[in-house]
Design a protein. Sequence first.
Length: 158
Amino acid sequence: MKFTGIALILVGCLYICYQFSRTSQRQQALLWDLAIALELLESSIRWKQITIPEGLRELSARKISGCYFFRIKKEMADGSTLQAAWNNAFLELPSEESGILCHVELTGDLQQLQGSLHLASRQLLKLHERRQRDQRQREKLCAALSISAGGLLIITLS
């Protein structure tokens, strides 16, 4: 019976680490996908010479970040300006991502627009790289703390 309890404690600790890692990976995947989506939008505007609403339609089909671009399209259809719809769509993201995306200027000439999208994409990619390094450190720390806490519980209950 004692060994079953010990096994359950260790499994619970490992599950906590797994959930933490999985949540971080989802956030990282969204960050990466948003950066790539901005690159695609910028290159589509530059090379295909499509309009932003057409680009948003294409980006709405993306599996991970498509819901944000769909929301922008929907708000624009409801009468919001492009900039307001853009900012509203990304307000629910964590502050760093939201700050980067809400500073994208969707007004001005074509070159300004492309530059703004390109800059935001680069900033998101840098943030992704930094968070990836931080995530590895946090996962190691979480694993060590979970196993230590589990060990302490086992010693205490033994």
